[in-house]
Design a protein around this ligand. Structure first.
Ligand code: HEM
Length: 519
């Protein structure tokens, strides 16, 4: 929508104008302010208005919430008719720099995925398990050191350690690069990420980027946060240049070497795939595009995993019997250094990871736009504000769509009355209805679906399991604050566990950690 008249025409003539939904409290902000202030608001609307309703985004651009599974399957599998809206692509480019798979659509997206997919299969992730284990052990030793100095039952900011560990993992397993974020030294990239995504200013910075993406002329003004995003991009680019030239040099050196392939990091694999003779030259990625993927992996692949592990530890801290049951299983492996296949053979670990990624999906929603008029099938009819029943959803071109990942994962009509409870055992006998969820993994929308599904989900799952294997065999985790003191904190589309009332120490998510008695 390029001008107010076009917006007005779209809203007034839309076949969806009679959809139920909340009222619009502000022409400028729509419902965004109240949504930011209240994490549970969207699910309250879902209870009140049903699986399809309309709410209002920034500048009163309407968004259609859809959790109807038939309609979602239709949207997620058609990435020609339903794409990331131009303002979301623009926001990614402002925040992260452009040119990666994260801001590509259609043919360019396909070209990128064709090369990138080759680095993310099980055979490529298997040898990276050693890196996941090494970093998990390094974090374990750091926390054990704190316990030696401060005594048993030490209060530790879990998310800080995990963020550093997952940044180190993506550095080493992703690009054969040492961030050394776990070492107790200032790390410029980690500090910039923390400032942008976890400081008191981060929501403001994000809102500013979204406003600039919707009103590009605002990019001419030096609005809050611009210098930090610039700094983040500059650090990532300078690291990226070094990484690409080092990796290319290493590949060249190993061309005539029997041991070709000693470098197993994602970037080495994808650079090799990109140079392969099997790949037509017009399908290759340029060096600039390769560098852009480094930024994408850093951005998409580090905090998502640390948030997931934080959520697992949170759930286990408030469910000590499940923590003990899992620990029992982890000790049943007669090794300190399990392989990917051994980690994947642990059934209860798998159920705990699935249940956490269902109930605490780190990415809670996605946004798409209809690129043409369409008719969406529905599993259940909806009733509009005038009382008329509709068997289908008439989708007008240009309509923004809200895909509620977390709500789909926790819908009582699909998962049963206990959908909002943490119950790993549910994975032993799932209701049939969940098979209609169009997710790429485990009947969940956590890693999305269709052509834009998360490329890194296998990487992330093994990394999570390695961290949990090491940390739960070494420590016991218990709540550090009273019940209800840890709540989901949202930033952009991410949710992390965090303190309801911030403390002066600036901790994000503390737990009481003590050495495991079995050890
Ligand atoms: C628990 C961890 C993770 C979660 C929950 C997660 C979730 C997601 C979701 C929901 C999307 C789709 C977003 C959209 O299209 O609107 C996505 C895409 C993506 N993810 Fe992940 N992710 C995780 C870990 C990772 C890791 C470890 C990497 C890389 C090493 C990664 C790289 C990507 C990339 C490159 C895309 C874009 C794919 C495309 O558009 O074709 N993610 N992820």
């Amino acid at each position: 929508l390029h001008c107010p008249a076009q917006w007005l025409y779209h809203e007034l003539t839309s076949p969806l104008r009679h959809l139920p939904g909340p009222r619009n409290p502000s022409l400028l902000y729509g419902n965004t302010k109240e949504m930011l202030a209240d994490f549970g608001l969207v699910s309250q609307w879902r209870t009140r208005f049903g699986r399809v309703f309309r709410f209002w985004g920034l500048f009163s651009i309407s968004e259609i919430y859809i959790s109807d599974l038939k309609a979602l399957a239709h949207i997620l599998n058609d990435n020609v008719a339903y794409r990331k809206p131009p303002f979301m692509l623009e926001k990614t480019r402002i925040s992260l720099g452009g040119g990666s798979v994260l801001d590509m659509e259609l043919d360019d997206h396909k070209r990128h995925r064709r090369v990138l997919n080759q680095a993310f299969g099980p055979a490529q992730i298997r040898p990276l398990t050693d890196v996941f284990m090494d970093k998990a052990i390094q974090l374990r030793d750091i926390w054990a050191g704190r316990m030696e100095a401060e005594g048993d039952a030490t209060r530790i900011d879990i998310s800080d350690g995990l963020r550093r560990a997952t940044l180190d993992v993506i550095g080493q397993a992703g690009f054969h690069y040492q961030f050394n974020a776990l070492e107790d030294k200032p790390n410029e990239l980690n500090d910039t990420f923390t400032l942008l995504h976890h400081s008191s200013q981060s929501k403001l910075y994000d809102a500013v980027r979204m406003t600039q993406a919707k009103l590009p002329m605002l990019k001419l003004f030096p609005l809050p946060g611009a210098q930090f995003f610039r700094r983040g991009r500059a650090i990532m680019d300078s690291i990226g240049r070094t990484i690409v030239s080092d990796t290319k040099a290493a590949l060249k050196k190993s061309e005539n070497d029997e041991n070709q392939g000693t470098r197993r990091d994602l970037l080495s694999v994808l650079l090799k795939a990109n140079l392969s003779n099997d790949l037509p030259s017009n399908q290759r990625m340029s060096d600039t595009e390769i560098m852009a993927q480094i930024r994408a992996f850093l951005f998409a692949g580090h905090e998502t995993t640390s948030s997931s592990v934080s959520w697992v530890l949170y759930e286990l801290s408030v469910h000590p019997n499940m923590q003990e049951k899992l620990r029992e299983e982890l000790f049943s492996l007669p090794t300190e250094a399990p392989t990917m296949d051994q980690l994947n053979s642990l059934k209860y670990l798998e159920s705990v990871v699935r249940e956490t990624l269902r109930l605490r999906a780190p990415v809670i929603s996605a946004t798409r736009m209809a690129m043409r008029d369409d008719v969406l099938p529905l599993s259940k009819p909806y009733i509009d504000r005038r009382g008329n029943t509709h068997q289908e959803l008439l989708m007008p071109r240009g309509q923004v769509i809200h895909i509620p990942i977390l709500a789909v994962n926790t819908d009582k009509e699909t998962w049963g009355a206990d959908a909002l409870e943490f119950k790993p055992d549910r994975w032993d006998a799932l209701p049939d209805a969940v098979t209609s969820i169009p997710g790429v993994w485990a009947n969940l929308l956590t890693f999305y679906a269709g052509p834009h599904a998360c490329i890194g989900y296998r990487f992330s799952l093994v990394e999570m399991k390695a961290l949990l294997f090491v940390l739960l065999r070494a420590f016991e985790f218990a709540p550090a604050v009273r019940e209800g003191g840890i709540v989901p904190q949202t930033h952009r589309v991410m949710q992390n566990p965090g303190l309801l009332v911030a403390d002066e120490k600036g901790e994000a998510f503390p737990l009481l950690v003590k050495p495991c008695r079995r050890n």
